[in-house]
Ligand binder design. Structure first.
Ligand SMILES: C[S@@+](CC[C@H](N)C(=O)[O-])C[C@H]1O[C@@H](n2cnc3c(N)ncnc32)[C@H](O)[C@@H]1O
Length: 258
């Protein structure tokens, strides 16, 4: 596995950010997020299926339907974890290439153990790197994806501007992330499920309640669909659009580097 340049940006002195519901110094967050994903890596795939009752698979398939991968494209999947997005992309476009980049090596190691990884080894690379300081040249990818990753990044604006930098002109960004349900009652029902059930499942299945408590809190801190679309426009992307998934529990955002 390639180890990207250690170019993690220096945090601004005194700046704070969210770590779930806690306010922490910007410089502390990446280490805490890294701790969460190092802890959950070996149980990540099974927990994803259990917590979402398999629905994350449908959302990732919906991402592929909108992206419509084709042969020859160069995909960069940031915060790619155990490879779900890259595997799906290459399944639909066997003549494409993909790089999975993630700051938590343990997640990439789990991905490399998956059956698909060996079969795709000729077209798939795994790189340790930070979304806020990607270890890649300018304009070298056609598609940039980030799935359930961007809400964990300390400075979302920096990650979006890095996405813009590494995409070639005509390239496309697509983000899959938890979002906000526009209906208050439904949002409250969903909050009850996520705050009460998911940390307990984390305790039982992965023996790690705290990591899953962080995951549900971080979902509620993430900007809603419109605000996030504005952030994508501010990073320079055009034709920005989004689609709600499962009533807005998650959303796909798309933008183009024209
Ligand atoms: C919830 S997992 C998502 C994994 C995969 N994309 C998926 O959809 O199943 C979030 C991933 O984001 C990664 N991550 C968090 N902050 C990151 C950053 N600043 N740069 C790169 N990866 C990051 C974590 O290490 C973790 O693997």
């Amino acid at each position: 596995m390639a180890d990207g340049d250690d170019a993690t940006p220096t945090p601004l002195p005194g700046a704070t950010t969210h770590f779930g519901n806690q306010t922490v110094a910007e410089g502390e967050k990446a280490g805490m997020v890294h701790g969460v994903f190092s802890n959950v890596a070996s149980k990540y795939d099974v927990m994803n299926d259990v917590m979402s009752m398999g629905i994350h698979r449908l959302w990732k398939d919906a991402m592929m339907d909108w992206l419509a991968p084709h042969d020859g494209q160069r995909l960069l999947d940031v915060a790619g974890g155990t490879g779900d997005i890259a595997f799906r992309f290459l399944d639909r476009a066997p003549g494409a290439t993909a790089v999975v980049c993630d700051m938590t090596e343990a997640m990439l190691v789990e991905g490399q153990k998956r059956a698909e990884a060996e079969a795709l080894s000729g077209s798939l690379d795994w790189v340790v790197g930070d979304a806020m300081a990607l270890p890649f040249e300018d304009r070298v990818f056609d598609v940039y994806t980030i799935s359930f990753g961007i809400r964990n990044v300390t400075r979302i604006e920096d990650a979006l501007s890095e996405a813009f930098r590494v995409l070639a002109p005509g390239g496309r960004l697509m983000v899959l992330e938890f979002s906000q349900i526009p209906n208050d009652l439904m949002q409250r029902v969903y909050d009850l499920y996520s705050f009460n059930v998911i940390p307990r499942m984390g305790q039982v299945i992965a023996n790690d309640r705290d990591s899953y408590q962080y995951l549900v809190e971080s979902i509620r801190q993430f900007p809603d669909q419109e605000r996030f679309a504005d952030m994508i426009r501010t990073a320079g992307f055009e034709q920005v659009a989004y689609r709600n998934l499962s009533m807005g529990i998650a959303a796909l955002h798309s933008g183009w580097k024209i």
